[in-house]
Write a protein that binds this ligand. Structure first.
Ligand SMILES: Cc1cc2nc3c(=O)[nH]c(=O)nc-3n(C[C@H](O)[C@H](O)[C@H](O)COP(=O)(O)O)c2cc1C
Length: 324
């Protein structure tokens, strides 16, 4: 076997990397081979390179980069984030370099780091989503596309796609026609029945599901009586949303056969393990990266230690092991 060539493919490592301390940590997220089940969530880890001096990016299971559309996008005016008890509310508004800028200026670093890259994609039309995904197809290092149909912070797109299951299905099908990359729709948390959306996405050709995105929220300065964020409303993330996310992941996982990438309020191994027990195949650390960028590495070690303590030989054995 030519190990040099294999090691250039995202997610494929030598046996020594896959099996850590006798626990098999590898997971397959809808065709994306991850050396361990721990990714970083879109918008909370930049494009990877920003964290290079702080974290060995190559040890992550996957890196999900900040959302891109076709053209560069400035995002919302400042202020665009505020801390709240148990989390933060942001309305960054999907600032980004556009897909060609991402490919040219940022993806080479992650390709060299030999980590599977999931690109978070948004747009204002089906065609835009599909065109962005098509441009990513075959780009070295890109392992999958996360379709952001759930961002509450941009008027032009995102959330409008995620609140109707037919729209989600049509979008997934349209993107599916333009790319061979694994497709991971990122579902909106604030819908009446997540199972309906999960099934619609699966039937339309999704390879995995990602949930949850931030929850629509608002913070008012009581002295000025004005909203704190320039955008008036934003999205709540962090520990406050974790139990909400666990319920949605559990419900979605019971509705579909495709794997789930779970996120929402992970600040250590416990929440990641809880997500996997609820039904997630893999997890992503988000807001916690702003507090301690080494959190994902701590989560990896914690999952491994938990498996060893509970006599599990693989992290995969955790998935869906909830006892009800
Ligand atoms: C500052 C910030 C920026 C984000 N940007 C994006 C984005 O571009 N695309 C997206 O799909 N989700 C984005 N998210 C949502 C996260 O990826 C994640 O789904 C959410 O924050 C829940 O996880 P957490 O509680 O661990 O942060 C962003 C979140 C934060 C806090």
């Amino acid at each position: 076997m030519d190990r040099t060539r294999l090691s250039r493919r995202p997610g494929v490592r030598s046996a020594g990397d896959r099996v850590v301390n006798n626990i098999d940590m590898q997971v397959n997220l809808g065709g994306i081979l991850m050396k361990n089940p721990v990714a970083v969530a879109s918008g909370t880890f930049g494009y990877g390179c920003e964290y290079a001096g702080l974290v060995d990016v190559s040890r992550l299971g996957a890196v999900t980069v900040k959302g891109v559309r076709l053209q560069p996008w400035p995002g919302n005016p400042l202020p665009r984030h505020v801390e709240v008890p148990g989390g933060m509310v942001n309305a960054i508004g999907l600032q980004g370099p556009g897909v060609d800028g991402l490919i040219r200026d940022y993806l080479p670093f992650l390709h060299r780091a030999d980590v599977p890259v999931i690109v978070n994609v948004w747009g204002t039309s089906e065609e835009e989503y599909a065109e962005v995904a098509a441009r990513l197809d075959g780009v070295p290092g890109v392992a999958g596309v996360e379709l952001n149909v759930s961002c509450p912070n941009v008027k032009e797109g995102g959330h409008a796609f995620g609140t109707d299951p037919h729209t989600v299905a049509a979008l997934v099908a349209a993107v599916r026609r333009r790319t061979r990359l694994p497709l991971i729709p990122k579902l909106a948390p604030n819908v009446p029945a997540i199972a309906v959306f999960a099934r619609a996405a699966e039937e339309a050709g999704a390879d995995a599901l990602s949930l949850i995105n931030t929850i629509p929220a608002m913070v008012i300065d009581i002295e000025t009586r004005r909203p704190v964020l320039a955008n008036t409303v934003g999205g709540l993330s962090g520990p406050a949303i974790h139990p909400v996310a666990v319920k949605l992941v559990w419900e979605a996982s019971r509705a579909v056969r495709i794997p789930i990438l779970a996120m929402g309020g992970i600040s250590g191994p416990e929440q990641a393990i809880e997500f996997m027990i609820a039904g997630a195949a893999a997890v992503a650390v988000g807001t916690a990266n702003f507090i301690d960028p080494t959190t994902p590495l701590r989560v990896i070690a914690g999952i491994e230690a938990y498996c060893a303590r509970h006599g599990l030989t693989s992290a995969r054995a955790l998935t869906g092991s909830v006892r009800i």
